[in-house]
Structures are given as structure tokens and as C-alpha cells.
Design a protein around this ligand. Structure first.
Ligand code: TYM
Length: 335
């Protein structure tokens, strides 16, 4: 807290598809807790999604879905500013000004940029290269210091800090340093069910559990998760893919359930079929209420419009105040 004011929180989710357990546990779960204690700005990063999704046919339903799923997870649009990136035009102005503080070399070295170049060599656009600058603009626009995100966003946050520090150094102190945040010490990476990488909106759909998956699909996905014949002796270390199943269980199952399976594993008496069945039932119990709530919100266009208007209004007030300070610090004031 600074001068008795609440700390400022900002985060965003791209509108590139269905939200999944990684988005929930890495980001949204934190948003829902933070809304009680902080001044919060949460947005749908619709402009960011254009860097990789030039076809905009699905944009509107995707934006509606992200909003509806956030609210279904417990985000209260009255308590926070929940808005669309494209509705706050100051974002573009700050993005442009921060571009002068971002160097080609560092942008080209960003892991997400290198991944995207590998995946889509035919669409290496400048927006993709400067993706972290736009993200820094989102955060700095509200002079936020806490950014609830998953582990995959750590590098982007480091870059946001660098841009903020460079701005302050060159033009005078305007921005606090933003830090990635998670309740509990560490940033989270929710692993995918196939034992490789993380759950993701676009890759390996069968290894990712979406908040919109039916009960039957959740059961199917979990029962297919990779296992083996089981440990051949007591107290053996777990292979990664088994560790991942336990990690998912820690997110949705009761502590005594986890303890039971941990003990079975350490006694080399575990039955993976039972482990997965239990995880599937706990996962269904977790996802079902979110899916059902999101479905009813998603189709209420009038309500979503009201939410977006209200959120943009709140965000614009904060954005306008920051941009005044930014223009003043740079010297873009001639009378
Ligand atoms: P995006 O849309 O890829 O993901 C949204 C949030 O979900 C988290 N996340 C995960 N956390 C744990 N395990 C996973 N498997 C997993 N997959 C996704 C992400 O870390 C993120 O918190 N660049 C951002 C969007 C963005 C943003 C911002 C974030 C735009 N402007 C400003 C923070 C502040 C992105 O692509 O997130």
C-alpha cells in the first residue's frame, strides 16, 4: 500500500479461444481473491489476439466467452474494472511511446516471439515482435504494481519492469515496477494431461481441460492421461506425467484424498485407474458449476454490453490520468 491507497492490480487474458484450468489457476483464481483487497483492472486482450489470429470471425463470441467465464469464476464486475483492451484508446498511445524504449534485439529474444515465429513463419508481423510492449502498456496504463499471471508470463513481466524503469530514468518517475503475482509463493504452471508442456488454448486440446468441457469429456480426457504400470518399489520418485496428475489433484481434490493416493504410491500399491477416476469426479465437481453459470451469462448480450461499458468507463478514468503524467514527463506539452 502506498500513502494509504490500495495497491493497483492489472491483468489480461487473450480472446483466442476457450478458457482452461491453466487460465483459472494461474490467473482468474487470483483475480477473484484480489478483488476484495485491491483496486483491480482486468481486461480481455482482444488486440493482442490479432497478432496471431488475423481472421476475426470468432472475435466477438470469444470476447463474450472470456468475459462470461471470468464472471462465472467469481469475478464481480461491480468490484473491479472488467473491460476490453480495444475500448481504452490510451493503450495505443502508451504502446507507441513505449516502443521508443524497446530494442529490437531484446524483442527478438523473447521466448514467446521465438515460439510464434517457429509455429507461424508466414505471419511474423511487427505486432507480434512488439507484443511485450503492448502488454507493458496495458499494465503501466493503470500504474499497476501487481500482475496476477501464470509462470509463462514471467518474462513479459520482466520486460514490463525494464520498460517502466527506462521510462522513469529517461523522463522522470511515473511508473511503479510491476511484478508477477500469485497467492502462495510461486507462479503456477498447470501441466497438460499428456505429460508434455502446459495446458493451452491452442495446442493439444485433448490434453487440456476447458472450463466449458462437458462432464463426459472431462472424464474421457482424464482417463486417457498418460500413466504406466506403477512404481516397482516403495518410495520411488514419481515420473513427470504422474507428478502432473498429483499436481492436478492438488488443485481440485480434498487433502485427505490426495494423502491416501500419496501413501498408496509410496507403498507401491497405487492403482492408477482409481487415481484417475477420483480425479475425474473431483474435476467434474469443480468445472460443472462454472460451465453452467458461464453458459447463461454468455448468451445475455445486453448484460455483457453493460459490463463492457461500465468496465471501459472505469479503465478510461485511470488511463487518462496516467497519460497526463506521461505526456507531461516526456515534455509533450507546449502551452
Ligand atoms: P493468456 O491469454 O495466454 O493467458 C491468460 C492467463 O492464464 C495464464 N495461463 C496459465 N497459468 C498456469 N498454467 C497454464 N497452463 C497457463 N496457461 C495460461 C497466463 O499466465 C495468463 O495469466 N500476454 C497475456 C495476456 C495479457 C496480459 C496483459 C497479462 C495481455 N496484456 C497485461 C497480464 C497483464 C497472455 O497471452 O495470456
Amino acid at each position: 500500500m502506498e500513502n494509504g491507497k490500495k495497491a493497483i492490480v492489472m491483468s489480461g487474458i487473450r480472446s483466442t479461444g476457450f478458457l482452461h484450468l491453466g487460465n483459472y489457476f494461474g490467473a482468474i483464481r487470483n483475480y477473484v481473491r484480489m478483488q476484495e483487497e485491491y483496486t483491480c483492472y482486468f481486461m480481455v486482450a482482444d488486440i493482442h489476439s490479432l497478432t496471431t489470429h488475423p481472421d476475426t470471425k470468432e472475435l466477438k463470441p470469444n470476447v463474450h466467452r472470456v468475459l462470461a467465464e471470468n464472471i462465472a469464476c467469481g469475478l464481480d464486475p461491480e468490484k473491479v474494472a472488467l473491460y476490453c483492451q480495444s475500448h481504452v484508446y490510451e493503450t495505443a498511445e502508451l504502446y507507441m511511446l513505449l516502443n521508443m524504449l524497446a530494442y529490437k534485439g531484446e524483442l527478438e529474444k523473447t521466448t514467446t516471439f521465438k515460439d510464434k515465429v517457429r509455429q507461424h513463419p508466414e505471419n511474423v508481423n511487427a505486432g507480434l515482435l512488439t507484443y511485450p510492449v503492448l502488454q507493458a502498456a496495458d499494465i503501466l496504463l493503470h500504474r499497476a504494481s501487481l500482475v496476477p499471471v501464470g509462470k509463462d508470463q514471467e518474462q513479459h513481466l520482466e520486460m514490463s519492469r525494464n520498460f517502466a524503469n527506462r521510462f522513469n530514468h529517461r523522463y522522470g518517475n511515473v511508473f511503479p515496477e510491476p511484478y508477477a503475482f500469485n497467492f502462495g509463493e510461486e507462479l503456477i504452471k498447470v501441466p497438460s494431461l499428456d505429460g508434455t508442456g502446459k495446458m493451452s488454448k491452442s495446442e493439444n486440446q485433448y490434453a487440456t481441460i476447458f472450463l466449458s468441457d462437458s462432464d463426459e469429456l472431462i472424464r474421457k480426457k482424464i482417463m486417457k492421461a498418460k500413466t504406466d504400470a506403477g512404481p516397482s518399489a516403495p518410495n520411488m520418485p514419481k515420473p513427470d506425467y504422474i507428478e502432473n496428475i498429483f499436481l492436478l489433484m492438488k488443485l481440485v481434490s480434498a487433502p485427505d484424498t490426495i494423502l491416501k493416493f500419496e501413501e498408496d504410491y509410496n507403498k507401491a500399491a497405487i492403482r492408477y485407474g482409481d487415481l484417475k477416476k477420483q480425479l475425474a469426479e473431483d474435476m467434474v465437481a469443480f468445472v460443472t458449476p462454472i460451465r453452467e453459470k458461464a453458459e447463461s451469462i454468455r448468451t445475455d448480450e445486453a448484460y455483457l454490453r453493460r459490463i463492457m461499458e461500465m468496465g471501459a468507463e472505469k479503465a478510461r478514468i485511470s488511463a487518462a490520468a496516467t497519460m497526463e503524467k506521461v505526456r507531461e514527463a516526456i515534455g509533450l506539452k507546449y502551452y
